[in-house]
Design a protein around this ligand. Structure first.
Ligand code: AMP
Length: 396
């Protein structure tokens, strides 16, 4: 459990409360195409409204790189949030984020009202954790709530800097939920504890593998990263994704797993093609691939092996697809893992990013115990790192 202060521990009646949310949602032609992050932010916002706070929301959206870009304005978020909350969300459209509109809107607020200020990344200082912008944000409010797990692994003005200039800083319900689920899984899991890692590269998940090998009973590896392990074991992998610099590391991890008695599962068959294309012919290969082939998904025997390994699990953490799931011919491995997770009686935690998208697209979202709203943040959490956004919100 996160034994830190949350929105339950403070009295916000009549106070101006600045809430850092993660409204970094995908947009297409000004329309929000996935509103999960908005829905996930509602419990904290509703609680603060019910308690009579003046709720000032802020977030980044995309990467405007310090310049006001109309296509990355939070205006569509204000509109949709108002519908979801059933009350007005006043949008303060200042290119400088904390400008005359924001100040006037905040000044005019009554208890229980909601204002959303503009994309914090319109300001170049935001991602540099600059003091001036941190102070401007803090000047809007009496209390700060960090509910943006998706950016908790970054030290920016709107989640870290701001806390230095405001007396009270706490975490919101979403942040608390994320940390509780991920924290319990990693530090106090009901066993057997199984981790599934996939995605493209070993290099981006080195510290996760290392950290999890000290915790899990079984580690399942799939996706592009499995070929570096396969090559390290002496298998021919053709043109598959490989990181030569990590062959030694992969060997060490195989040894470490053995020494610790952790079951390390690697694919026993592969769906391979000569081209990185959904239109090219493909075949299932057991063992070594031909020199002109690349592995793009786990094969059917591996699907069964992995589903079997998950059957008795009591806690599972999953990060990264089993293959190039964006192409329908190479999505079956990822679908099989999602299905296996949906069917078991265990605490199932999906670590954001591609695996969260896959689970949601496949319609298994409500079958999982927790789907993290932060891909990068949940990975860093699984690495055993302290997240700056969490530390700052609880340093008071
Ligand atoms: P990551 O961002 O490291 O989690 O990687 C996700 C990406 O890995 C997805 O876009 C997948 O298409 C890609 N991926 C998964 N398996 C493979 C594979 N066998 N070969 C190439 N790319 C892969």
């Amino acid at each position: 459990m996160l034994n830190k202060k949350s929105v339950d521990d403070i009295n916000v009646k009549g106070k101006k409360v600045l809430v850092r949310c993660d409204f970094n949602v995908p947009l297409q032609d000004g329309k929000i195409t996935d509103e999960n992050r908005l829905v996930a932010a509602l419990p904290t916002i509703k609680k603060l409204i019910a308690d009579g706070g003046k709720v000032i929301l802020c977030s980044h959206l995309g990467k405007p790189k310090g310049e006001p870009k109309p296509e990355l304005s939070l205006a569509p978020v204000a509109k949709r949030l108002a519908e979801l909350l059933g009350q007005e969300v006043k949008f303060a459209a200042d290119p400088e984020v904390v400008g005359p509109n924001a100040k006037a809107a905040v000044e005019a607020m009554k208890d229980g009202e909601v204002v959303l200020i503009e994309n914090t990344r319109y300001r170049a200082e935001e991602t540099k954790n600059g003091e001036a912008f941190s102070k401007e944000l803090a000047s809007l409010a009496d209390v700060f709530v960090n509910d943006a797990f998706g950016t908790a692994h970054r030290a920016h003005c709107s989640n870290v800097g701001v806390t230095q200039f405001i007396d009270t800083a706490v975490v919101g319900y979403l942040m608390q939920k994320e940390i509780d689920f991920l924290g319990n899984a990693v530090n106090n899991p009901e066993r057997p504890f199984v981790a599934i890692l996939g995605g493209s590269k070993v290099s981006s998940k080195i510290s996760v593998i290392k950290n999890l090998l000290d915790k899990v009973d079984t580690l399942i590896i799939g996706g592009g990263m499995s070929f570096t392990f396969a090559k390290a074991k002496g298998q021919e992998i053709g043109k598959s994704l490989v990181e030569e610099d990590f062959l030694e590391y992969s060997k060490e991890m195989i040894e470490k797993a053995k020494a610790k008695g952790v079951k390390l599962l690697l694919p026993v068959d592969t769906v391979a093609s000569k081209e990185f294309s959904n239109d090219a012919p493909f075949r299932v290969v057991e063992g070594s691939l031909a020199a002109d082939e690349m592995g793009l998904d786990i094969g059917p025997k591996t699907q069964i092996l992995y589903a079997d390994a998950l059957k008795d699990a009591k806690t599972v953490v999953w990060n990264g697809p089993m293959g190039v799931f964006e192409m329908s011919n190479f999505a079956a491995g990822t679908v099989a893992v999602a299905k296996a997770l949906a069917e078991i009686d265990a605490t199932t935690i999906i670590g954001g990013g591609d695996s969260a998208a896959a689970v949601n697209i496949l319609g298994y979202g409500d079958k999982m115990t927790h789907i993290s709203t932060g891909g990068g943040a949940s990975l860093e959490f699984l690495e055993g790192k302290e997240l700056p956004g969490v530390v700052a919100a609880n340093d008071k």
